[in-house]
Ligand binder design. Structure first.
Ligand code: SF4
Length: 324
C-alpha cells in the first residue's frame, strides 16, 4: 500500500520563488539611531518584558557617533542620516554577497528588522527605504514595526511604493488577549493591531503577523484563538515563536522568582501543529520557531538548538501529513 507524501506547507521562500522565478532572500538590516516607543518612554519604559533592551544599546554603538542618539516620530532633524545611509549600504553589501555565495540568492528584500522601523521622521524613513530599493537586485522591502508606531502618511507612501515593488509590513500581534498584552507591558492593545493590519491591507500592502506561544497565563485554547483571529484579519504571512527567557529582562526576573513557567516543547509542538492545520493555505509561513544559542538564554533549554527544534517540528508535522 503506498503512503501519501506529506503536504508541503506554503513557505515564504516558495511564494517568492513563484513570484520572481528565482531565489529571493531577505537581508536583515539594523540601523543605528532607531529605537522603540515602548523603551524610550513615549508609550512606556522598559519595553516588552521579554525584550532585552541592552541589546539595543549594543547595536546602537555600531556607529560611534550615533551613541545615545535616537530617532522618534516627533524628531524634526536627523543630523546622522548620511551615516545611517552608509550603514545601510554596508550591511546590505556584506549580507547579500554572503547570501549569493552560500545560497545562490539572486534577488533580495531588504528587511528593516531591529527596533521599530517606522518610528522616525518621515523624511528619514523615505530616504532609507528609497536607498534600499535602489540597490541592485532588490525587489522590495519588509518593515518590522509596532501597530502604534505607523502613521497614515507613512502608510500612504508605502502603498505608493507597493505599486512597483514588493512591500511588506511586519506587525507584532503576539496575542489577541489584552490582559496578556498588559502583562508583558506591550503598550498597546489588540484592537490597535487589528486596526492597523486592516488599514495596511486596505492600502494594498502585504502584512506579516508575528505570534508568540507560551505567553504568561495563556492556555493552548488562547494561543490558537490568537492564530485564528490573526488569520481572519487577513495577514498574508505568519511567524510563530515560542516565548523564551533571556537574561537581563523583566521576564527573567519573573522566571527567577518562580512567577513564570516557560512553555514545554511538547505543548509548543502540539500548538504549532494545530495552528498550522488551521491556517488557510494562501498564508505563507516565514518562521516556525525561535531560539538563541548562547549563554543569554535562561529558559527553556529546548530553545537553544534551532536545528533540533526544526527536526522535531517536522517529525510532529509528519504525523498529520504535513512538512515544513
Ligand atoms: S516592541 Fe519590540 S523592540 Fe519594542 S520593547 Fe517590545 S519587543 Fe522590544
Amino acid at each position: 500500500m503506498s503512503q501519501t507524501a506529506p503536504k508541503q506547507i506554503y513557505t515564504f521562500g516558495n511564494y517568492l520563488k513563484e513570484k520572481f522565478g528565482c531565489k529571493v532572500y531577505k537581508v536583515g538590516i539594523n540601523i543605528s539611531g532607531f529605537t522603540c516607543p515602548n523603551i524610550d518612554g513615549t508609550v512606556a519604559k522598559g519595553g516588552c518584558t521579554f525584550c532585552e533592551n541592552d541589546s539595543f544599546s549594543a547595536s546602537t554603538n555600531q556607529v560611534q557617533e550615533l551613541k545615545g542618539f535616537h530617532l522618534n516620530l516627533t524628531s524634526k532633524e536627523n543630523p546622522f542620516l548620511d551615516k545611517q545611509l552608509l550603514q545601510l549600504k554596508q550591511q546590505f553589501q556584506a549580507i547579500s554577497s554572503r547570501q549569493k555565495k552560500e545560497y545562490g540568492a539572486q534577488k533580495f528584500i531588504v528587511y528593516f528588522q531591529s527596533f521599530t522601523n517606522t518610528y522616525a521622521p518621515f523624511e528619514t524613513l523615505k530616504a532609507l527605504y528609497e536607498k534600499a530599493l535602489s540597490f541592485e537586485d532588490v525587489v522590495g522591502l519588509s518593515i518590522g514595526t509596532r501597530s502604534d508606531s505607523i502613521t497614515e502618511e507613512t502608510l500612504a507612501y508605502l502603498a505608493d511604493l507597493a505599486k512597483e515593488k514588493e512591500i511588506w509590513i511586519e506587525f507584532g500581534i503576539q496575542s489577541v488577549y489584552d490582559q496578556t498584552l498588559q502583562k508583558i507591558n506591550r503598550g498597546h492593545d489588540s484592537a490597535n493591531v487589528k486596526e492597523w493590519i486592516l488599514k495596511a491591507k486596505d492600502a494594498g500592502l502585504n502584512v506579516c503577523g508575528h505570534l508568540i506561544f507560551g505567553l504568561p497565563n495563556e492556555t493552548q485554547q488562547m494561543m490558537l484563538e490568537t492564530a485564528k483571529q490573526a488569520y481572519e484579519w487577513g495577514i498574508d504571512s505568519v511567524k510563530y515563536h515560542p516565548l523564551y527567557v533571556v537574561k537581563r529582562t523583566a521576564l527573567a526576573n519573573e522566571y527567577t522568582r518562580g512567577e513564570f513557567s516557560p512553555i514545554s516543547e511538547k505543548l509548543y509542538l502540539d500548538t504549532l501543529v494545530k495552528a498550522l492545520q488551521m491556517k488557510p493555505s494562501p498564508i505563507t509561513v516565514q518562521r516556525v520557531t525561535a531560539g538563541i544559542n548562547n549563554a543569554s538564554l535562561l529558559a527553556p533549554k529546548w530553545c537553544y538548538d534551532k536545528n533540533q527544534q526544526v527536526k522535531k517540528i517536522n517529525a510532529a508535522l509528519k504525523q498529520v501529513g504535513l512538512k515544513y
